[in-house]
Write a protein that binds this ligand. Structure first.
Ligand code: NAP
Ligand code: MG
Length: 403
């Protein structure tokens, strides 16, 4: 069989530990035999980040701006223990944080739905994708403990103008206060990433805040989304047959529970933090969550939502067998290949991405899976495979569908 051609390289960001092992297996067994794979390779493994003073992370983000599509392996975010383990020169920042800041992007997380791994919520038939705004609010708040009676105000001092004050509270005893902020630019980027992504996957977009109570703060989010939608996306949404829907956060939560899924739910920073954990655990497994960073300009970086699976890696190093689920990492590759195919008008590459995903799903639905899924499946007597064995089964299924 002739290998599928690519025209533009994908930005390939390699990573750490067990996911780095899976990365190499996926390329060897599921990609290189079928595709004339073109990538521009960046090693974001911690050793190389340390050697390059983290320049490699910056270079990989710049390459993503140049080519438009990247695929990333999970990476270690250093902490004290990693400083010793890898003899680091510095406690390098999280690569995801660095890349997200450089692309000004929003992260969309969606569960991979298969028969036999049923969501806790019976009526959820299709994935629910969470888009979390990643700047400001309570994550960049300033707080004070108020020891005793006194007046607390918000003060705004313009660079050249008259000071403005707003009373927070006249305390008659001890209490607490918190000051939060956000930026119009950041909210606008968030809105554009959400509209871009909704059009991309042709799914409805929901957005919700507490604007009835927070009449200035949350209302600004609502207004910015609406203005940008009306100005730049309304017609495209109509053409694509999808809708933008705004509601109150409480109403959204009630509707989500009763829905069948199949839409994107845009959340403010805190709501997204909380709701993404709820959605991922209700859908079954972190190992079955994909994640894509979308910039307002339409640059894409695909990855798995889980980490480097450190515990399995240490077993692997000791020569013990592992049963690590590679599905989310495979879907990162298929997502990136499909996007590359779409941008470069390569239908064969897009078709391959579909078939690769389908092969993963079919393999699991036939009862062949890794241990994490075997523990939660409703299928009777699943076959538990090791990390490599599972990938080889997916390869068999893929070869059948390609021939
Ligand atoms: P983790 O790698 O997501 O793993 C936590 C646990 O979840 C594992 O020990 C395993 O449970 C289970 N698990 C996760 N993915 C799995 C998979 N594909 N197959 C089977 N089981 C899976 O989180 P962590 O151990 O807290 O973090 C390890 C490293 O990853 C850290 O250095 C952290 O900085 C990094 N991290 C990176 C990213 C990223 O690059 N996007 C995200 C999160 C964390 P059992 O051990 O019970 O089998
Ligand atoms: Mg959380």
């Amino acid at each position: 069989m002739e290998k599928i051609k690519m025209t533009t390289p994908l930005v390939e960001m390699d990573g750490d530990e067990m996911t780095r092992i899976l990365w190499a297996m996926i390329k060897e067994e599921l990609l290189l035999p079928f595709i004339d794979l073109k990538t521009e390779y960046y090693d974001l493994g911690l050793e190389c980040r340390n050697e390059t003073n983290d320049q490699v992370t910056i270079d990989s983000a710049n390459a993503t701006k140049k080519y438009g599509v990247a695929v990333k392996c999970a990476t270690i975010t250093p902490n004290g223990a990693r400083m010793d383990e890898y003899k680091l020169k510095e406690m390098w920042k999280s690569p995801n944080g660095t890349i997200r800041a450089m692309l000004d992007g929003t992260v969309f997380r969606s569960p991979i739905v298969v028969k036999g791994i049923e969501p806790c919520v019976k009526n959820w038939k299709k994935p629910i994708t969470i888009a979390r705004h990643a700047y400001g609010d309570v994550y960049k708040a300033t707080e004070m403990k108020i020891p005793a009676a006194g007046k607390v105000e918000l003060v705004y001092t313009p660079e050249n103008g008259k000071e403005e004050r707003e009373l927070i509270h006249n305390f008659t005893g001890a209490g607490v206060v918190q000051g939060q902020h956000n930026l119009e630019d950041s909210i606008e980027s968030f809105a554009r990433s959400c509209f871009t992504y909704a059009l991309d996957v042709k799914q409805d977009l929901w957005f919700a805040t507490k604007d009835t109570i927070s009449k200035k703060y949350d209302h600004t989010f609502k207004d910015i989304f609406q203005e940008i939608f009306d100005k730049d996306y309304k017609d495209a949404f109509e053409k694509a047959g999808i809708t933008y829907f705004y509601t109150l956060i409480d109403d959204a939560v009630a509707r989500v529970m009763k829905s069948e899924g199949g839409y994107i739910w845009a959340c403010k920073n805190y709501d997204g933090d909380v709701m993404s954990d709820m959605i991922s655990s209700a859908f079954g497994s972190l190992a079955m969550m994909t994640s894509v960073l979308v910039s307002p300009q339409g640059y894409y970086e695909y990855e798995a939502a889980h980490g480097t699976v450190q515990r399995h890696y240490y077993k692997h190093l000791k020569g013990e067998e592992t049963s690590t689920n590679s599905v989310a990492t495979i879907f990162a590759w298929s997502g990136a290949l499909r996007k590359r195919g779409e941008l470069d008008k390569l239908p064969k590459l897009m078709e391959f991405a579909d078939k690769l995903e389908h092969a993963c799903i079919k393999t699991i639905e036939e009862g062949k899976m890794t241990k994490d899924l075997a523990l939660i499946t409703s299928l009777k007597n699943p076959t538990v495979l090791n990390s490599k064995g599972f990938i080889l089964e997916i390869r068999k299924t893929l070869e059948e569908s390609l021939s």
